[in-house]
Write a protein that binds this ligand. Structure first.
Ligand SMILES: [Zn+2]
Length: 486
């Protein structure tokens, strides 16, 4: 409607960005792209004024250009947007990009199958879809520009190397409910803008970049949150915080009663009373009644069938006394055939879980070993065991630690298989700054935790790691301050 050129809009955005940085408690050196990008690992719910201005102008130009009215199409006035940015030229470039995409055709990413993604050809689009696609292409081009800029930034663009992590979105609800310190820590830790000794040295506010705790090396954020030998106890505490959340969600998925999951399982069907013939003795806190290690598996919670040897509960394929294991596996496969994901972990399998929150001893009925994965889930009935190892590494080291942990427990898994048990090994990672590895998604899917429950679980895991790191950073800052004043 108004012929406002681009330059004043850019100046307005600079002022807005500056105010947003102050509001969020961020350093002025944080790039504006980090505030507005939608394809970065950390997305904020903010929109760029310049992008909205460009989208608005491109939409108007394209609407006139693709109008159904022939007179309008033939007139096709070019909007005045100043000398710096000519909307007519931009729309032409966007059309060329879309024509190129038409030639390439449908593409898929990752392991997605061919033809999975719906592809809409620009040449075949009609009416409002035509100009909507042009505007969509403009937004894609803006994101590409932001990514290209991030790739050039050695410090604030390091997140581009986190290939194994899932992107994280901060919502308006988060911004209103989180404390200002929390919001500031999340953004500053992601873009490495916290006042660590290494950063203070770079900003010429300090002479030495050595660590005040261990007096070694360069004390950057990686050293403070994941590499200081004087903070190993705090790292263990943070790991256990995340482990506790993961354990809570796995117990819910297996319908094992704990004090944290008294509301029951993951969906409405989980809240129904257990099937006929099976009663849950429920909270068996403290010990697992096993010969040989009664004293050791401290925090495991189990549930068992009420009457051993009398497990007729209305299911046709439940094991007959003669061949219990095969029939139980038949049941599992029947359930799988019915389309229930992770039905192999159906609570009818009498799953037991033990975590290394205190001192886990591997279930001796399977194997006698000194190795201690973080979580062991096993079913005597189905003769199956799942080993889970959780790591809370520096985000850039997620892939390396995943491989290292798989290698560490590879032999243990092989030994379980040699004993005749079906064994699965999961190495899962939650980054120190709350970024979740895709391996966590696989684990939750395996346990049948889907949709809104999965989103909630991921969020809780993320917040647990991040709260732990925030506390470690607070402790470090206090010690650093007290030492610098001495
Ligand atoms: Zn140190």
């Amino acid at each position: 409607m108004y012929d406002i050129p681009l330059s004043p809009v850019e100046q307005m955005e600079q002022k807005i960005s500056s105010s947003l940085r102050k509001w969020l408690g961020l350093h002025r050196s944080l790039t504006a792209n980090a505030l507005y990008a939608k394809s970065f690992k950390l997305c904020l719910p903010l929109k760029s004024l310049v992008e909205e201005y460009k989208a608005c102008k491109v939409r108007t130009q394209a609407m006139v250009q693709y109008s159904r009215d022939e007179t309008m199409r033939n007139m096709c006035p070019t909007l005045d947007t100043g000398k710096k940015w000519a909307v007519g030229d931009v729309v032409e470039i966007l059309q060329e990009r879309l024509a190129m995409k038409d030639m390439i055709g449908a593409t898929t990413q990752g392991r997605a199958g061919l033809g999975l993604c719906a592809f809409e050809r620009f040449a075949d689009a009609k009416g409002c879809r035509k100009w909507a696609m042009v505007v969509g292409e403009l937004r894609a081009a803006e994101e590409e520009r932001r990514l290209a800029r991030a790739a050039q930034q050695s410090q604030q663009g390091r997140w581009m190397a986190w290939e194994a992590t899932e992107p994280r979105k901060i919502t308006w609800s988060d911004l209103w409910t989180w404390s200002p310190r929390h919001v500031s820590f999340v953004i500053r830790s992601t873009y490495d803008l916290l006042p660590t000794p290494a950063n203070l040295c770079r900003w010429r506010m300090r002479n030495s970049s050595s660590c005040p705790l261990c007096h070694g090396g360069i004390c950057n954020l990686k050293h403070v949150l994941a590499g200081c030998t004087a903070s190993l106890g705090m790292y263990k505490w943070r790991h256990d915080q995340v482990l506790e959340v993961l354990n809570k969600w796995l117990c819910r998925a297996l319908q094992i009663n704990t004090e944290d999951s008294e509301n029951g399982g993951l969906d409405d069907s989980d809240k129904e009373p257990p099937q006929q013939g099976i009663t849950y003795r429920g909270k068996t806190r403290g010990r697992i009644p096993q010969p040989g290690n009664d004293e050791n598996v401290a925090r495991a919670k189990i549930f068992v069938a009420a009457k051993e040897g009398n497990i007729e509960h209305g299911l046709d394929k439940w094991p007959c006394p003669g061949r219990p294991l095969d029939a139980a596996q038949d049941l599992a496969y029947t359930m799988a055939a019915e389309g229930r994901s992770a039905s192999f972990l159906n609570p009818a399998g009498e799953w037991q879980i033990a975590t290394d929150l205190q001192h886990l001893v591997f279930p001796t009925e399977i194997l006698v070993t000194a190795q201690r994965p973080d979580i062991v889930v096993w079913s005597r009935l189905l003769k199956s065991i799942i080993l889970i190892e959780l790591t809370v590494p520096w985000e850039e080291n997620i892939e390396a630690s995943h491989k290292r942990k798989l290698d560490r427990y590879k032999d243990l898994a092989a030994q379980c298989r040699n004993k005749g048990w079906r064994c699965e090994l999961f190495a899962v990672e939650v980054g120190v700054r709350g970024f979740i590895s895709s391996s966590v998604l696989s684990l939750l899917k395996r346990f049948g935790i889907q949709n809104k429950h999965r989103r909630k679980a991921l969020r809780e895991l993320s917040l647990a790691a991040e709260a732990g790191s925030a506390w470690i950073w607070k402790m470090f800052s206090l010690i650093n301050k007290s030492q610098s004043h001495c």
